[in-house]
Design a protein. Sequence first.
Length: 90
Amino acid sequence: MAASTDWIVQNLWLIPALPLLAGGAISLAKQRHRALAASLAIASMAISFLLSLLAFIHVLSLGHAETVKQTVNINWFQFGNEWVAAHLHL
């Protein structure tokens, strides 16, 4: 299982890149290729979703102690005297 988890960690960039590349390819397609463009869009989103699920399963399999190394609190925006904070777990 180590080889598959290493693969997903090294290729997380594919999750946003596939739909972006598909969008670029679709923008270059001619009007008569609408079915191909739709298929390409759906396929890229489906593959990105599956990769996201693999990454999520990988994070769940690590256990809590190995995943959260640092917590950063950021003041996001203010309502009167109160701040809405964003908590990032790195």
